[in-house]
Design a protein around this ligand. Structure first.
Ligand code: ADP
Ligand code: ADP
Length: 233
């Protein structure tokens, strides 16, 4: 099990400060939900973890990777880091021209160099796990939003990450469909996957997380037990 340590991250775009000395420790095997108003810096913070964004300063420790400004990140380091960190976005980002199964096979072939047979076996197992075996040969466009998001989760899991990041995973979904996605995420949490979830849905955050972190104005303003924080007057 792998944790995440973010120490003193700062980031600005021109004159706009997006992260102002933000630190967070995510315990191995726990789920942290990150909430707060739009523009608070949540997405940017999340994206720093797998280096979709580089902070201007601060240290990122994920697994055995240490990223800090001034220290070059080689293509190899980056590939290793991205392999251990799975990411799921609001907009699914599936390959529309590939079947559901091929969506899950492709990264295993490309990133892990797995044989066709092994990749197919794993893809079938993952589809079964997210309850979508019957969709294997469909195209993603023929699947509902909730189904597409579960496919995106299966695809991320195919690389056997030790950490999963979710950026607004249910925001594009109707509430009842969001529950299907929540169920899959809960199962992952029960298996000890370390997860960090950005969401603006309070109920979802409360139901999924061990630790709730509230961000506003480029800072973390509160963190702790979700039930304690949400019962605040
Ligand atoms: P949140 O996820 O909390 O809504 P974001 O991290 O997406 O917040 O954005 C924080 C702020 O940073 C916003 O004001 C946003 O417009 C700005 N921002 C994000 N990405 C960029 C970028 N690539 N260039 C300029 N400003 C950006
Ligand atoms: P989300 O709400 O899904 O995080 P955003 O609308 O915040 O999406 O951002 C989508 C993309 O646009 C991101 O890559 C972000 O970095 C970029 N972005 C956001 N705000 C700005 C901005 N003010 N200027 C330039 N790029 C931005």
């Amino acid at each position: 099990r792998v944790g995440i340590d973010l120490e003193h991250l700062s980031k600005r775009y021109g004159d706009t400060v997006v992260l102002d000395d933000v630190s967070l420790h995510v315990e191995p095997g726990t789920v942290t939900a990150l909430i707060g108003p739009s523009g608070a810096g949540k997405s940017t913070f999340l994206r720093c973890i797998n280096l979709l964004e580089r902070p201007d300063s601060g240290v990122i420790r994920v697994d055995r990777h240490v990223i800090e400004p001034g220290r070059a990140v080689t293509a190899r380091d980056l590939a290793a880091l991205r392999r251990s960190v799975g990411m799921v976005f609001q907009s699914f980002n599936l390959f529309p021209h590939l079947s559901v199964l091929e969506n899950i096979v492709f990264p295993q072939r490309k990133v892990l160099g797995r044989s066709k047979e092994e990749a197919h076996d794993r893809a079938h197992a993952l589809l079964s796990r997210v309850g979508l075996s019957d969709k294997a040969n469909e195209h993603p466009g023929r699947c509902s939003g909730g189904q597409q998001q579960r496919i995106a989760i299966a695809r991320a899991l195919a690389l056997e990450p030790s950490i999963m990041l979710f950026d607004e995973p249910t925001s594009a979904l109707d509430p009842e469909v969001g529950l299907e996605v929540l169920a899959v995420m809960r199962e992952l949490a029960d298996e000890g996957m370390t997860m960090l979830v950005v969401t603006h849905e309070m109920h979802f955050a409360r139901d999924v997380s061990d630790t709730l972190v509230v961000m506003a104005d480029s800072h973390i303003i509160e963190q702790g037990d979700p039930r304690a924080i949400m019962s605040d007057p």
